[in-house]
Design a protein around this ligand. Structure first.
Ligand code: C2E
Ligand code: CA
Ligand code: CA
Ligand code: CA
Length: 279
C-alpha cells in the first residue's frame, strides 16, 4: 500500500497538472477565437540585399480580448497538438491569399510575393493540394507569387508524398521555401529531389555570426549549398548592420529581420511601401 501511495504521489506532479490544465483551457480558448475571428496576420518584409522589396511573410497573431496580441510561439504548439492547426492554417492561407490578390491589383505592390507558413498536419492532409488550388481560385491571388514555407521535419515525414504534392503545386506556379534551414535533420540525399526555390537560414545562426558559435561557417555552407542546388538563400532575423554586411559578403540574396522591418499589420505595411516610393 505504501508503494502504491508513493506512485500515486509521483503521478500527481502539481506542475504537470497545471500545464495540462493550462493547455486544455488554451485549446478551448483557441476554438472560440477561431469562431469569433480573433486572429490577424502581420506581414514582415522580405528584401533583396540590393534593397528591393521582394515580398512579405505572413505571421499569425492572436488578438485576444483580454490578453492583447498573443505570440504564435505560445499557441501554435497547442494548435498542432490538438489538430486545430488545420482549420487555423486554412484561415491563414485564405487571408494571406486575399491580401496577395489586393497587392497584385496595386501599382506599388503588384510584384510582391506572399510567403505563408504551412504546418506538417496541414500539408500532409490528402486534400492539401486541392485546398490550395481552391483558395487561389476563390481569392484570385496569382499562384506565381505565392510561396509556401515548409520545414525539414515536415518533408521527412513522407518524402515521396511531399515531392508529389510539391510538383503538383509547382505546375500552377506556387513556389517553396525551406524554413529554419539547418535546425532540423537535413539530408542531402533528399534535398536535391525537392522543387525548392529558397533556403531560409535560421535566425539562430545569424545571431551567432559574431559570437563563439559556428554561425558564420554554417551561413557559408548553406549559401554554397543553395548555389549548388540552384536555390536562393534568405537570411532570417537580421538585426544589425554587421550581420547584414556579413550575409551580403557571403552571397545571400535576400533577408528579413528587424534591421529592415518588424512584422507589420497590412495597413502599416502599405504606408511603409508608400513612404519608400515617395521618398
Ligand atoms: P518563423 O516562421 O521562423 O518566423 C520568423 C519569426 O522570427 C517570427 O516570429 C518573426 O517575428 C521573428 N523575427 C523576424 N525577424 C526577427 C529579428 O530580426 N529578430 C527577432 N528576434 N525575431 C525576428 P513570430 O511571428 O513570433 O512567429 C514564430 C513562429 O510561429 C514562426 O517562426 C512560425 O514557426 C510560427 N508561425 C507564425 N505564423 C504561423 C502560421 O501562420 N502558420 C504556422 N504553421 N506557423 C506560424
Ligand atoms: Ca517561416
Ligand atoms: Ca523561419
Ligand atoms: Ca526560425
Amino acid at each position: 500500500a505504501k508503494a502504491a501511495g508513493r506512485n500515486t504521489i509521483a503521478c500527481f506532479d502539481p506542475e504537470m497538472q497545471l500545464r495540462v490544465a493550462a493547455s486544455v483551457a488554451l485549446e478551448a480558448d483557441l476554438r472560440r477565437a477561431l469562431a469569433q475571428e480573433e486572429f490577424v496576420l502581420h506581414y514582415q518584409p522580405q528584401v533583396g540585399v540590393d534593397g528591393r522589396l521582394a515580398g512579405a511573410e505572413a505571421l499569425l497573431r492572436w488578438n485576444h480580448p483580454q490578453r492583447g496580441l498573443v505570440s504564435p510561439a505560445e499557441f501554435i504548439p497547442v494548435a498542432e497538438d490538438t489538430g486545430l492547426i488545420v482549420p487555423l492554417g486554412q484561415w491563414v492561407l485564405r487571408s494571406a491569399c486575399r491580401q496577395l490578390a489586393q497587392w497584385a491589383g496595386g501599382a506599388a505592390t503588384a510584384a510582391l510575393e506572399m510567403a505563408v507558413n504551412v504546418s506538417a498536419h496541414q500539408f500532409h492532409r490528402p486534400d492539401f493540394v486541392g485546398q490550395v488550388l481552391a483558395v487561389l481560385a476563390e481569392t484570385g491571388a496569382p499562384a506565381g507569387r505565392l510561396k509556401l514555407e515548409l520545414t525539414e521535419s515536415l518533408l521527412l515525414k513522407d518524402v515521396a508524398g511531399t515531392v508529389e504534392k510539391m510538383f503538383l503545386l509547382r505546375e500552377v506556379g506556387v513556389g517553396f521555401a525551406l524554413d529554419d534551414f539547418g535546425t532540423g535533420y537535413s539530408s542531402l540525399s533528399y534535398l536535391h529531389r525537392l522543387p525548392l526555390d529558397q533556403l531560409k537560414i535560421d535566425r539562430s545562426f545569424i545571431q551567432e555570426i559574431s559570437g563563439e558559435g559556428h554561425g558564420a561557417a554554417i551561413v557559408r555552407i548553406i549559401v554554397a549549398l543553395g548555389q549548388a542546388l540552384d536555390m536562393t538563400v534568405l537570411a532570417e532575423g537580421v538585426e544589425t548592420a554587421a550581420q547584414f554586411d556579413f550575409i551580403v559578403a557571403e552571397g545571400c540574396q535576400a533577408y528579413q529581420g528587424y534591421l529592415y522591418s518588424r512584422p507589420l499589420p497590412a495597413e502599416r505595411l502599405a504606408e511603409f511601401i508608400a513612404a519608400r516610393a515617395g521618398g
